[in-house]
Design a protein around this ligand. Structure first.
Ligand code: UT7
Length: 338
């Protein structure tokens, strides 16, 4: 018989474990210097990226499974203990079924239901809000939230404007109820502006323009981005959701232990930090090593910092993201892992 979770009272949801996985093959900027009309100096100065990882085999689920295993191992629980799996991704293994179902099978999470969530670069933040609400309501007790993308499957390797920006990777967190109500996921702010559709999208391969020989020949199955338009919108959008969440929770910049921004471009992150008056020493930045892994940037950053012991129980942390849609979102949490 399936477990029945009967809520007795509203509880606080928190991240109780983390894990991440990057494929082993490293592609430094020099790799693109050899293939495209670009330079290491341009990529570093315009984006802050020095290298990224691309996977050579499998799909997004194959990036998620090792990240999820690491997460469950550190918590000391088996896959069968998971009630629900959410996968935030824009590169699902297939359009159907969900990657969550594939992950469920590969992990052996036999008691879990779940679904994919399409929020592009804001996907993990949106997913964490949904996860926290499911756990707070008592509907789910142990939720595995994965943010993962195999961007090498949708980026045109011959387009210098996008090829150098992205990478493959996965992060996973466990979201569970906690007794101490002073820690955990405390608040969120989300915005969306569908006017941004044409600034960052994949023209073909969906229902509006199904994949065809022509869509492939014209390379319309690859990511298309108006870089400067997205750049400007990202600086404003990320700063807004970050300022708003700090203000309404009465958290001063001095009280903030860490800002965890989506990792698309170092200049975007620096502009947001400057606008907030926040020293870069309290902003997590790792895009120099991984590029933009879309749904995976924030959970990879959380997992790396957690494994390095750089979070302290009770730390005030803001996650902040901006991406295709346009979508934007922030989450305010206090770190719950001791
Ligand atoms: O994660 C989802 C959200 N995405 C983002 O947040 C990305 C936001 N946008 C960006 O990060 C930046 O706009 C880019 C990094 C994509 C581009 O930087 P930029 O400073 O906005 O450059 P640009 O697109 O205005 O291009 C400047 C020049 C152009 O040449 P011309 O027209 O001035 O002759 C481009 O053709 O740089 C050229 N260029 C390159 N040159 C060398 C574009 N890509 C490259 C390249 N190598 N890889």
């Amino acid at each position: 018989m399936r477990r029945q979770v009967i809520p007795t009272r509203i509880v606080r949801a928190a991240i109780t474990a983390t894990g991440h996985y990057l494929p082993p093959d490293v592609y430094p900027n020099e790799y693109f210097e050899r293939r495209l009309e670009t330079t290491d100096a341009w990529i570093r100065s315009r984006t802050g990226i020095a290298e990224r990882r691309f996977s050579s085999v499998g799909g997004t689920s194959d990036l998620i499974v090792p990240a999820a295993r690491r997460c469950l191992d550190v918590r000391g629980i088996s896959p069968a203990a998971i009630d629900c799996i959410i996968v935030a991704t824009m590169t699902p293994d297939r359009l159907c079924p969900s990657t969550a179902a594939v992950v469920q099978r590969k992990l052996g999470a036999v008691n879990a239901w779940g679904f994919d969530l399409a929020g592009a670069c804001s996907g993990f933040v949106y997913g964490l809000i949904v996860a926290a609400k499911l756990v707070e309501s008592g509907a789910v007790r142990r939720l595995l939230l994965c943010g993962a993308d195999r961007m090498s499957s949708v980026v045109d390797p011959d387009d210098r404007a996008t090829a150098v920006l992205f990478g493959d990777g996965a992060g996973a967190v466990l979201v569970e109820p906690v007794e101490d109500e002073s820690v955990g996921v405390l608040d969120h702010v989300c915005h969306m502006n569908g006017e941004g559709e044409s600034s960052l999208h994949i023209p073909a391969g969906g229902s509006v323009e199904p994949a065809s020989a022509d869509s492939v020949a014209t390379r319309r199955h690859y990511v298309v981005q108006d870089g400067p338009a997205v750049f400007k919108a990202a600086v404003v959008g990320m700063a807004e959701v970050t300022e708003e969440i700090l203000k309404r929770n009465d958290v001063s910049v001095a009280d903030l232990a860490w800002l965890v921004p989506h990792q698309a471009n170092r200049r975007i992150i620096e502009a947001v930090a400057k606008r907030l008056g926040l020293a870069l020493g309290r902003v997590i930045i790792n895009l120099d090593r991984y590029g933009n892994t879309v749904g995976a940037t924030i959970p990879i950053a959380l997992s790396e910092w957690n494994e390095q012991g750089r979070f302290t129980h009770g730390d005030r942390v803001v996650l902040s993201a901006f991406g295709a849609g346009f979508t934007a979102g922030s989450v305010y949490l206090r770190w719950a892992i001791a």
